[in-house]
Design a protein around this ligand. Structure first.
Ligand SMILES: C[S@@+](CC[C@H](N)C(=O)[O-])C[C@H]1O[C@@H](n2cnc3c(N)ncnc32)[C@H](O)[C@@H]1O
Length: 281
């Protein structure tokens, strides 16, 4: 099959250009940056081609086929044990970098800051911050053994083992969240925030990703209620930076007002409130 034919064949699967180029780079085992310069007549009749085409026809996401996903300019290992990192989550990273740099200049040395990445999944949030901020150490938390295996692969890949503490913990248990809040200065989170009702409607699009990474109770608000409640119970200064669902900011604004918490939202590329920052103290 020629590259032009490959594009034509899988375009019907609603794959965008970067996904198609990524698949070609995977099949030919060449860097992504070299694919665009290949002629459309280049033949890609490798054994891998048939495997890729049949997975695409089954609707398997490109990141699970290639076992990689670019996030904030870094290439992470992913498999079907973890959520595929989303571009929205990069907004959380930019804000966390800004907040940590700011703390560094105003109060603590970066090495003394206690930072935790809750619901870490593939580890993208925590490991990206380590890549961006020299001297930072971080704790990453998840309940899923499959996710923690992927975190370890990425920790090795980015050679950050000495700067990461990996913790298996159930964050639906109140006392676990309470002690995490007490122990840390900056709490980063991208929790499951999809409601059961919405999931049922979206299941065709999301069915290849672990349900535990997506869905939670109380209309998708369970983890926010708990994180924000325990944030308000802390005596020292704490900052919570969390990604939120596209329709959750009105509820969360009310909740922050109720507790008298200083807070603000950051918008995504579509102008939707996507990240909530809450400051205690
Ligand atoms: C939305 S994913 C976030 C993954 C990653 N941080 C990202 O941004 O791509 C949520 C993660 O929360 C984890 N999780 C779900 N329930 C949990 C619980 N009760 N305790 C700890 N982690 C949980 C899942 O295993 C999943 O990895």
């Amino acid at each position: 099959m020629r590259i032009d034919d490959f594009h034509r064949e899988i375009k019907s699967q609603v794959l965008n250009l970067s996904d198609r180029l990524d698949l070609i780079s995977y099949i030919l085992d060449i860097p992504y940056s070299e694919v665009a310069s290949l002629s459309g007549d280049t033949v890609i009749n490798l054994p891998l081609l048939d495997v890729v085409l049949s997975k695409i026809n089954e609707g398997i996401p490109v990141a699970y086929i290639t076992s990689r996903r670019e996030f904030y300019g870094y290439e992470f290992y992913v498999d079907n044990g973890v959520l595929i990192p989303r571009v929205e989550t990069e907004i959380l990273i930019s804000e966390a970098v800004r907040i940590i740099q700011d703390q560094k200049t105003t109060s603590k040395d970066v090495a003394d800051l206690k930072v935790v990445d809750l619901f870490t999944g593939s580890g993208v949030v925590g490991i990206t911050l380590l890549n961006e901020i020299a001297g930072l150490n971080i704790t990453v938390v998840d309940i899923s053994d499959d996710a923690l295996k992927v975190v370890k692969i990425n920790v090795d890949k980015f050679d950050v083992e000495s700067r990461v503490k990996i913790v298996k913990l159930d964050l639906s248990v109140a006392i676990n969240v309470e002690s995490i809040m007490i122990d840390n200065d900056i709490i980063l989170a991208n929790p499951p925030y999809v409601s059961e009702e919405y999931y049922i409607d979206m299941v065709e699009n999301l069915k290849h990703e672990p349900k535990i990474a997506l869905v939670t109770k109380d209309n998708g608000l369970f983890y926010y209620n708990m994180l924000i409640y325990f944030l308000t119970q802390c005596r020292d200064k704490k900052i919570l930076v969390t990604e939120i669902g596209f329709d959750q900011s009105d509820y969360l604004r009310e909740l922050c007002h109720k507790y008298g918490l200083t807070h603000y939202f950051l918008k995504d590329y579509l102008g939707i409130n996507r990240v909530l920052v809450c400051i205690k103290g």
